[in-house]
Design a binder for this molecule. Sequence first.
Ligand code: ATP
Length: 290
Amino acid sequence: MKKTLIVQAPAKINIGLWVKNRRQDGFHDLETIFQTISLTDNIILHEGFEPGIRIICDNKNVPTGEDNIAFRAARIFLKKYGIEPALDIKIEKRIPMAAGLAGGSTDAATVLTGLAKLYERTVTPAEFMEMAAFLGSDVPFLIKGGLARGSGRGEKLEFYDMPRNQIIVVVVMPNDVSVSTKWCYDNYTPGNNEIKSRSFEMILEAYQKCDFESLKKVVFNDLESVTLQRYPLIQRIKELLSSTGDGVVLMSGSGPSVFGLFDDKRKALNAVTALRGVPAQIFVERICKK
Ligand code: ATP
């Protein structure tokens, strides 16, 4: 009998992003804290009758075929495990695209782990990581999800226990702002690494303890220096979301999405009211494991 599996692919936020120097290969070394959140794409994997891999998505802006990273993930998996491709992948897209939330990367990671279940293959963590690293820098983290510190291009990972308390995450994605990750990194000028190293060490500890007052003082995203200057709307969203004084507010990845962390749903909703009239999509979510 042909099998179907429904899996959820969570978005990530970066609670801090320290961009170090540009490497010989053109990429930058970075340090970041990754956290998965309850904003997810739904992925339906279905063993088909027709040979090949097909992507169906409810968002017409998402590429189908080889340009879709989930397609490439499926192709790598099926080839590695010698499985004849006859697969339909349906993506129900909720994660905004090109937002700094790793929407494509999480689809790819979830296709890899989902296919292992669908075809009942035992895949070691090292094998998952090898396939994931080939697909992109954020994909290895999204295989497991939760909370991790990432370095290198983001593929060197140390996983940690998530904060015990519930944390509400407000994600704001401005309309009609599209930021190219490459443009962002190309325009970034590295700053004083010594100071950043010191404050970066404190981010993880403050976050794990839910010590938001300390976290506010030390958290930073280096790419804001590029993106906020070019897109004043992102700066405005940051100011409005911080205006109640309750949230820890930061841009995620290369943006343009901004998130706020709150220790209470009422405080989160209160901060959201400050965004009334702002041209943006708003999601009220929570931190979660994968
Ligand atoms: P990251 O935080 O990893 O940089 P992102 O949130 O900036 O990711 P994505 O949502 O992954 O960006 O989209 C970047 C581009 O990737 C899109 O413009 C789209 O053309 C392409 N893409 C390929 N596959 C997918 C997919 N499954 N979902 C969304 N976009 C995809």
